[in-house]
Design a protein around this ligand. Structure first.
Ligand SMILES: N=C(N)NC/C=C/[C@H]1O[C@@H](n2cnc3c(N)ncnc32)[C@H](O)[C@@H]1O
Length: 409
């Protein structure tokens, strides 16, 4: 035993669980998100031999993250994050997104009468466009425009050059570290990342809500949901995997398994899903009420789905997108929706594609049931893993497929 331990302990590497894993069969080892495992053998790509609390077994490598020795950069990677937002590139992308920006403008315009005399907090105001909509399209008492990056210096200029300086105060600070002059009636923010949560700016918005939103105040967006649909993705699969079957007359199919691992193990951002590639009607799988959801809730969000296939074809994977909803400040005013799905005007987020390792041919009438879990990364706090579990035409637990997609670490 001593010999065995010394061999195994010599080369063991510490990894951290990105999501809960339930062993199927004696050879596998169960663990929970955040657990630290010792990996002794990585000879296989997919299954590693690991140890946890004195037990040994096989674990899926896609569920594990290398723990950074000393987290020299902070887990939020704030320096890099706010440096990115200090340049115009991302702000241009967001401002050029008409569907996104016009929706917020519409919300402020249609509530302009009720905004009169109110105090508004704009979390992560960037160039201040939303705050300037408030100041120019309504008469609030005050707008607190909070922006942590160096963009705030320019925002101050833009506010002055657009006559907003009487109403808008720009704060260059993380909203979590800020002391505001007063509590606010409305918390306005455009925080949604890919698959809704990526970047986890939502945590900052919720902390600001808990500290600065008056009782009975309004959150804009008021609610948000993550929508999913099973889909075809012939062109992606052809370009990334089938490409190797015939490469200039040569047979490179030996590379297909490498291609699957390299191209299909992570989600594909900015995917443009065509309506005709949807295999069924989409379903809202996860819904957030921004007034009541707690920071602890966003560590792990889970939803179930059941799709009845409406057209025969190939099941290449799932596509996800989000919608945000803005309640009216008026009793019976209409709710405004920002829908980033394939049946709405394209936005800079587009949609996100999650491809199965191997496509499955599917028939009209087939039923795909399963669940989706958004598991926040226990180490890199702006990242998450998205775990799809599904089976086709069966409730037999042994036929459940599962795939864990890191976004990104
Ligand atoms: N991804 C989408 N949609 N929007 C990202 C929008 C991010 C903007 O909000 C700022 N921001 C993010 N987090 C904070 C915070 N805690 N305090 C102050 N400003 C912040 C960033 O610097 C960007 O300008």
């Amino acid at each position: 035993m001593l010999e065995n331990e010394s061999v195994e302990s010599r080369e063991a590497e510490e990894f951290i669980g990105l999501a809960d894993f339930v062993a199927e069969g004696g050879e596998q080892l169960s663990f929970s998100v955040g657990d630290k495992l010792l990996v002794h053998d990585k000879s296989s790509e997919v299954w590693w031999w690991a140890e946890f609390q004195g037990h040994f077994g096989y674990v899926p490598s896609s569920y594990l993250n290398q723990t950074p020795e000393d987290l020299e950069e902070d887990a939020w990677q704030d320096d890099e994050y706010f440096e990115n937002y200090g340049t115009l590139r991302l702000h241009l992308e967001m401002l050029a997104d008409k569907a996104r920006t016009e929706t917020y403008r519409q919300v402020i315009l249609s509530n302009s009468a009720t905004l009169r005399g109110r105090i508004i907090l704009d979390v992560g105001c960037g160039t201040g466009v939303l705050s300037l909509f408030c100041a120019t399209l309504s008469q609030p008492a005050a707008v607190y425009a909070v922006e942590a990056s160096s963009m705030a210096e320019h925002t101050q200029q833009l506010v002055q050059q657009n006559g907003g300086e009487e109403i808008i105060t720009v704060f260059q600070e993380r909203v979590e570290n800020l002391t505001l002059p007063a509590k606010v009636d409305v918390l306005l923010s455009e925080w949604m990342g890919n698959c809704l949560l990526f970047e986890f700016m939502l945590e900052s918005v919720l902390l600001a809500r808990d500290r600065w939103l008056k009782k009975g105040g309004m959150m804009w967006p008021s609610s948000a949901c993550l929508t999913v649909v099973p889909c075809q993705a012939f062109s992606d699969y052809r370009k990334k995997v089938e490409f190797w079957d015939n490469t200039y007359g040569l047979n490179f199919s030996y590379l297909k398994s490498l291609a699957q691992k390299e191209f299909l193990s992570k989600p594909k951002f900015s995917h443009h899903l065509l309506p005709e590639d949807c295999l069924s009607s989409p379903a809202d799988v996860i819904t957030l009420d921004l007034l009541t959801i707690q920071v602890s809730d966003i560590e792990r969000l889970r939803g179930e789905f059941r799709f009845t296939v409406e057209k025969s074809g190939m099941f290449h994977g799932f596509t996800a997108w989000f919608s945000a909803y803005f309640l009216s400040l008026e009793e019976h005013g209409q709710t405004i929706q920002l829908n980033t799905g394939p049946h709405s005007e394209l936005t800079h987020w587009k949609q996100t594609l999650f491809m199965l390792d191997a496509p499955v041919s599917i028939e009209k009438g087939d039923v795909i049931t399963g669940s989706l879990c958004l598991q926040r990364n226990p180490v890199w706090r702006r990242h998450l893993s998205i775990i799809f579990s599904w089976n086709i035409n069966s409730t037999d637990a042994s036929k459940i497929h599962t795939k864990c997609f890191p976004m990104w670490r």
